[in-house]
Design a binder for this molecule. Structure first.
Ligand code: AVJ
Length: 322
C-alpha cells in the first residue's frame, strides 16, 4: 500500500487559540468581521463541496474544464518533481495536474496542504491510492504562516487553485505572494487559479444560490464559534448576503442579524450585541483582471510565463516563475 504521511503543524489547540484571537478581534471591531478560514470545519468543507456542484457556482467547474485542456501544457513547461498544493481541500481538480505532471514530466511527490485535517487526510489517502507511484506527504497548516516549513528538495511547483487568493485583501496578497517567492528557488514555479471579473449578474448568484447552500455555508462559521468557543449564536437568525463591491471588485459575504440580539461567547467571556440589520463580514472573494494580477505577481518578484483562460473569460490559470 502507498500510505500517505501527514504532518500536523496546526493542532486542535493551535486552532482554538487562533480562533479565539480572530473572534475577539473581529467581533469587537466595527463593523464586525470574521476571517473566512473558519468556515472549513468538517461540515463547512462538506458544504463547500456541495457549493462546487451548484448550477450557479461556476468557478470550480470552469477551472476544472480549463485544467482538462491545459494541464499537459502546464506540465511540459513546469517539469516539476514536487507538486505542493496550498489549500488543497478535496483535491478533486488536482488529479488532472498530477496525471499530466506524471505523464509529461518527472513528478515524484505530492504535498497537499490544508487547514482542515479531515479533508486533508481523506484527499491524501485517495490520491495515494490513485497514484501508486507518487509519494504523498500532507501538511495540516495555515498557509499564511507555514510556507517556510514546506518540504524542500526537488524542483517544485506550488499550486494555489480555486480562486482562494481572492480571500485576501491586496496587502495580504502582496505579503503572501512575496512569501511564496521567498521560499521558491530560482526556476521553480507558482500556478495560480483566480476568478476573473465578470458581470455581476453571473457573479452574485454564484455566491447566493437558489438552494441556499451558500447561505448555510456562511452561517456555518457561527456554528464553528458555538462548538469551539461555547458561543450561543442562533445561526438561523442571520440572513445571508452576497454583495458585489464594484470599487474593490470583490464579493463580500455577510451575515445580517434579523433582530436585536445579544450573543455570549463563553470561552472569551465576551458579550456581543447585534442591532437588527447589523452585518458581520465573513468573506471577501476578490476577482481579478489580467493586468492587475500580472502587476501583483511582478511586484512580488515573479515573471508571469503564461495565462490560460476559459472561453468565457471567467477564470484564469497563471504560471509564474521565480
Ligand atoms: C474556496 C475561497 C475559492 O471564494 O469562491 C464559495 C469560497 N465562498 N462560496 C470562493 C466560497 C462562497 C471560495 N473559495
Amino acid at each position: 500500500m502507498n500510505e500517505p504521511t501527514i504532518e500536523v503543524h496546526l493542532t486542535d489547540a493551535d486552532l482554538t487559540a487562533a480562533l479565539r484571537a480572530d473572534a475577539r478581534r473581529g467581533l469587537t471591531d466595527s463593523p464586525k468581521w470574521l476571517p473566512p478560514k473558519w468556515f472549513y470545519d468538517a461540515r463547512g468543507s462538506e458544504l463547500f463541496e456541495q457549493i462546487t456542484a451548484l448550477p450557479e457556482y461556476y468557478p470550480t467547474r470552469t477551472e476544472r474544464a480549463l485544467l482538462e485542456t491545459v494541464a499537459g501544457a502546464i506540465a511540459r513547461t513546469a517539469q516539476a518533481e514536487v507538486l505542493v498544493e496550498l489549500g488543497s481541500g478535496s483535491a478533486s481538480k488536482t488529479r488532472l495536474l498530477l496525471t499530466a505532471l506524471t505523464i509529461e514530466g518527472p513528478l515524484k511527490n505530492y504535498v497537499p496542504q490544508d487547514v482542515s485535517e479531515s479533508a486533508l487526510r481523506a484527499s491524501a489517502a485517495e490520491v495515494a491510492l490513485e497514484f501508486p507511484g507518487l509519494a504523498v506527504h500532507g501538511v495540516v497548516s495555515d498557509f499564511t504562516d507555514t510556507l517556510a516549513t514546506l518540504p524542500r528538495g526537488g524542483r517544485r511547483m506550488i499550486a494555489f487553485l480555486g480562486g482562494t487568493l481572492g480571500n485576501m485583501v491586496p496587502t495580504e496578497r502582496a505579503e503572501f505572494l512575496g512569501g511564496i517567492h521567498d521560499v521558491l528557488e530560482p526556476g521553480e514555479q507558482l500556478l495560480l487559479g483566480t476568478g476573473s471579473v465578470v458581470d455581476p449578474s453571473i457573479l452574485i448568484p454564484a455566491y447566493d444560490d437558489a438552494a441556499g447552500i451558500t447561505a448555510e455555508f456562511n452561517r456555518n462559521v457561527l456554528r464553528v464559534l458555538n462548538t469551539r468557543l461555547g458561543a450561543d449564536f442562533a445561526p438561523e437568525a442571520f440572513d445571508h448576503i452576497a454583495h458585489w463591491d464594484t470599487d474593490n471588485e470583490w464579493i463580500e459575504m455577510r451575515l445580517a442579524a434579523t433582530a436585536d440580539m445579544e450573543v455570549t461567547v463563553a470561552d472569551l467571556g465576551l458579550t456581543v450585541r447585534f442591532a437588527r440589520g447589523e452585518q458581520l463580514r465573513t468573506e471577501i472573494s476578490a476577482k481579478f483582471r489580467p493586468t492587475g494580477l500580472d502587476a501583483e505577481l511582478r511586484a512580488a518578484g515573479f515573471v508571469s510565463e503564461h495565462t490560460w483562460t476559459d472561453p468565457d473569460n471567467r477564470f484564469a490559470l497563471t504560471l509564474a516563475a521565480r
